[in-house]
Design a protein around this ligand. Structure first.
Ligand code: DC
Length: 220
């Protein structure tokens, strides 16, 4: 089986590039962020504090996640409800970052993620895919961009959706998530030693896509 691991901070264009590249290669796209987001969403709905490790851990036995792969697209079901769209809400990103710091949450998701890669060719994106989830991945990529470049793109996306977005607020949110994701004790975001670095700060989406594809094709 071929596995492509793409890690990097939020807003580097990972999920849209990864989804497109997976379709292009005919691999299944696995979005691990959506799994953390579903747990963040459940915790919020339960009225619990996402930063409270014991409170979140106590909820885990009540959470059943189903990952359905339809036409190479991932759907995520939380206790039977399709939350694929609901987990994309802006505030759920931070909730996901909070719950993802708890070791019990990471352990809860690890087997699901490994099982998905065991029986099919996958392109999996996240924060710890090349370092922890699939340390023997065929290809590892670390996709990043400066916080300013990521904030500018994120702001443009929000404005396009008709939402009010102030650049400094978006930048502060990105910096806070970067800090949380790189400083947690378990499986922090970092570039695997054998990952290829792709920095998209100064290149557009088409060039980013072409570079990613070239990296993958030269290694499989
Ligand atoms: O990629 P994303 O924005 O959907 O991820 C949401 C949060 O989930 C992110 O801030 C950190 C966490 N996450 C993680 O810790 N490990 C992963 N493999 C994927 C996401």
């Amino acid at each position: 089986m071929i596995s492509v691991a793409i890690d990097g901070p939020s807003g580097a264009g990972k999920s849209s590039l990864a989804r497109r590249l997976a379709a292009d290669l005919g691999y299944t796209y696995v979005d691990t962020g959506a799994m953390y987001r579903a747990i963040g969403l459940y915790t919020r709905r339960a009225g619990q504090n996402t930063k409270d490790a014991a409170a979140v851990e106590a909820l885990l036995p009540r959470i059943h996640l189903d990952i359905r792969l339809q036409d190479g697209e991932q759907h995520i079901l939380l206790n039977g409800e399709d939350v694929t769209r609901a987990v994309r809400a802006e505030d759920i990103g931070m909730a996901a970052s909070d719950v993802s710091a708890h070791p019990a949450v990471r352990a809860f998701l690890l087997d699901t993620q490994r099982d998905l890669a065991a029986s099919r060719n996958v392109l999996m994106d996240g924060r710890d895919i090349g370092t922890v989830v699939l340390p023997n991945a065929t290809v590892k990529i670390y996709l990043t961009a400066t916080p300013e470049a990521r904030a500018a793109r994120r702001r443009a996306e929000l404005v396009a959706k008709g939402q009010d977005a102030d650049f400094d607020t978006v930048l502060a949110d990105i910096r806070q998530r970067d800090y949380q994701d790189t400083h947690r004790a378990v499986a922090p975001l970092r570039q695997a030693e054998d990952a290829v670095l792709v920095d998209t700060s100064d290149i557009g989406i088409e060039e980013s896509f072409a570079r990613l594809k070239q990296v993958v094709l030269s290694r499989i």
